[in-house]
Ligand binder design. Structure first.
Ligand code: G3H
Length: 514
C-alpha cells in the first residue's frame, strides 16, 4: 500500500516501505517456518506528518472551515456514506484483521460488526443530543442556546488488539462532532485501512481526515510538539500517553481521551460457583490470547478452593482449540510478533526462578508465534507477573487467606480499570463492591471484565485511563459546550426570531433531525 490520504488526495509514496508480515507462519518443503508476507506500508517521516497536520489545520481553519460549519445533519450524512462504503468491503477488511493480527475469523467479524453498530449508535445518540439542544432557554432574564461545538484538531491512535474498533471508537465521535482528524494506525493492523482509504477520501471534505504513517516515536511527538493538536485520543500505554502530553507546548490547551493499561484481577471467594467462575476466567483471561486491555490478568483465589479451581481451570484450558485464525472454534492463535513470545517466556522464567510453577500440561510451549497458554502458581509480589500487564496468554494465580490480601492488591496496583469478583454471599459481595468501586471503575459480579456493551462507560482510574468513552460520553469528550446568550428583551427576541425563521445560522436554530 503506497497511497497516503492527505488533504483529500491519495498521495503515492515512493519512499521507504515496511513489509507487513502475518503472525501466521507457513512451512516450506524442508520444514522451515516463515511468516506470510501480506504487503507493505509507507514509512513516512516528519515531512509527511507536517503535510498531514497542515491539511488538518487548513481544513479546520480556526473553526471557520467547511467541516466544523456543516450542519449536524450534513455531517451525519457523510458518516453514513462512509459507513455504507466500508460495509460493502467487510469481507476484505475482516480478512486483513485476521491475517495481520492473528485474531480468529469469528472475532475479526465481531470486531467489524461491533464497529458498525458503534457508528450507528453514535449517529442516533448525536441526533438525540442535537435535538435536545435545538431550543432556547430563558434563565434570570437571559435567553440562551447551548450546543456542543468541536474542539479542533484531534489526533486519534488505536491499539493493535482492536485495530478497527478501538480506533473508530474515538475517530468517529471526533469527526461527527466537527473536529478534523489526524489518524495514525497501529503498528500491527495497518493494512486493514487500505480498503477504507477511498471511503475516507470520498465521504469527507478534503483535509478532514488525514492519515499519518511512519514510526510512532518519531512522527507523533513531532506532531504534538507543533502545539496544533487540541485533542489527543490514544488507546495505548500510560508511559506513551504521558510523554506525548508533555511534548505539547501548552498542555492547558490539550484535551486527552486515553484508554491505557490495566491489570484486572479476578477475586474468587470460598463460596463461588466453581464451574461458572472457571468459564468466566477462561474467556476473561484468554479471549484473543489475553490480548485485551480488559482481560483478567491476575487471579486471586481463596485458599480453601484454590486446588479445586486450579484443577478445573487447567482442565478447561486443555480443551481450548489452538490453531490458525480461520479454523472454526479456534480460541488460541499466533501472537503478532516474536518479541511477544520472548516477553512471555521472560515472565515465566522470572516467576519460576522465584518459586512459581507452570501447572498446566504443555503450558508455555511455543512454535514460532504460537504460544500455548501457561497457568502459573503461586505468583507473588516480586515476580514480574504479579504487577506487570502481561498482555498475552499467561494466567498468574495466587491464593489468599484473608480478604484484605486481594483488596490490598487492587488498592496498591498502578492500574484501576476493572475487577471481577466471584461469590454468592450478599454481605461479602456488597462489602467488596463498596470498597472496590473506589479503586476501579467497573466491578463485575460473577462475570469476566469487559468493555461492552459500548453504551456503558469505559473508563479507569490511576494509570488506566483519562476521560470516559461510551457512545454517549465520546460525543461529549470531542466537543465543548458553547452558548449564545442575549438579554431577554423585545429587540433580542426579534433578532433571534429573524435568524431562526430565516434559517440563517447553523448554531442558532431549532432544527429537528429525524
Ligand atoms: O483492549 C481493550 C478493549 O477495549 C476491550 O474490549 O472488553 O470488549 O474485549 P472488550
Amino acid at each position: 500500500q503506497r497511497a497516503i490520504l492527505i488533504n483529500g488526495e491519495m498521495r503515492i509514496w515512493k519512499g521507504e516501505t515496511r513489509t507487513v508480515h502475518s503472525p501466521v507462519c507457513v512451512q516450506a518443503a524442508d520444514g522451515t517456518l516463515s511468516h506470510v508476507e501480506l504487503g507493505s506500508v509507507p514509512v513516512t517521516g516528519t515531512v509527511e506528518a507536517d503535510a498531514a497536520l497542515a491539511a488538518a489545520v487548513a481544513a479546520y481553519d480556526h473553526g471557520r472551515g467547511a467541516w466544523p460549519n456543516l450542519s449536524v445533519a450534513e455531517r451525519i450524512a457523510c458518516v453514513g456514506d462512509f459507513t455504507n462504503q466500508i460495509v460493502a468491503r467487510r469481507r476484505e477488511i475482516v480478512n486483513l484483521i485476521m491475517w495481520e493480527i492473528g485474531k480468529s475469523l469469528a472475532d475479526s467479524q465481531k470486531e467489524f460488526d461491533r464497529t458498525i453498530d458503534y457508528i450507528r449508535a453514535t449517529v442516533e445518540e448525536l441526533k438525540r443530543l442535537d435535538n435536545s439542544n435545538s431550543r432556547f432557554e430563558i434563565v434570570d432574564g437571559t435567553i440562551a442556546q447551548i450546543r456542543r461545538s468541536p474542539v479542533g484538531i484531534a489526533l486519534c491512535m488505536g491499539p493493535y488488539n482492536y485495530p478497527m474498533n478501538e480506533t473508530f471508537s474515538t475517530l468517529i465521535p471526533a469527526l461527527i462532532m466537527g473536529n478534523v482528524v489526524l489518524f495514525k494506525p497501529p503498528r500491527f493492523g495497518v493494512l486493514l485501512y487500505y480498503p477504507m482509504l477511498e471511503a475516507f477520501r470520498s465521504a469527507f471534505p478534503p483535509g478532514v481526515i488525514n492519515i499519518v504513517y511512519g514510526q510512532g516515536h518519531v512522527v507523533v511527538p513531532h506532531i504534538m510538539g507543533s502545539g496544533q493538536v487540541n485533542v489527543l485520543a490514544l488507546i495505548g500505554s500510560s508511559e506513551v500517553a504521558d510523554q506525548l502530553k508533555k511534548s505539547h507546548p501548552k498542555t492547558n490547551r490539550l484535551r486527552a481521551i486515553l484508554g491505557l493499561g490495566a491489570k484486572n484481577a479476578a477475586i474468587i471467594m470460598p463460596d463461588a460457583d466453581i464451574e461458572l467462575t472457571v468459564r468466566e476466567c477462561i474467556t476473561g483471561s484468554l479471549s484473543f490470547n489475553g490480548q485485551r486491555c480488559t482481560a483478567i490478568k491476575m487471579i486471586l483465589v481463596h485458599q480453601s478452593i484454590a486446588e479445586t479451581f486450579l484443577r478445573r481451570f487447567c482442565e478447561e484450558v486443555g480443551k481450548l482449540a489452538i490453531g490458525m485464525p480461520w479454523e472454526p472454534g479456534v480460541m488460541l492463535t499466533p501472537l503478532p510478533e516474536m518479541e511477544m513470545v520472548a516477553y512471555m517466556n521472560e515472565c515465566i522464567a522470572d516467576a519460576e526462578a522465584k518459586g512459581a510453577k507452570v501447572i498446566n500440561p504443555g503450558g508455555g510451549t511455543t512454535v514460532e508465534t504460537l504460544f500455548y497458554p501457561a497457568v502459573l502458581f503461586p505468583v507473588r509480589e516480586g515476580m514480574k507477573l504479579y504487577r506487570e500487564e502481561q498482555f498475552g496468554p499467561i494466567i498468574p494465580v495466587a491464593s489468599f487467606e484473608d480478604i484484605e490480601t486481594p483488596l490490598d492488591y487492587v488498592i496498591t496496583s498502578d492500574h484501576g480499570q476493572q475487577v471481577a469478583i466471584f461469590g454468592s454471599n450478599p454481605d461479602q459481595i456488597a462489602s467488596l463492591v463498596d470498597t472496590l468501586v473506589n479503586q476501579v471503575c467497573r466491578v463485575n459480579i460473577n462475570c469476566q471484565c469487559q468493555r461492552g456493551p459500548d453504551v456503558f462507560p469505559f473508563v479507569g482510574r490511576k494509570d488506566s485511563a483519562e476521560g470516559t468513552l461510551s457512545v454517549h460520553d465520546a460525543l461529549r469528550a470531542f466537543s465543548i459546550r458553547t452558548m449564545v446568550a442575549a438579554k431577554q428583551t423585545e429587540a433580542s427576541k426579534k433578532l433571534l426570531d429573524a435568524i431562526v425563521l430565516g434559517n440563517k445560522s447553523n448554531f442558532i436554530n431549532t432544527h429537528f433531525i429525524l
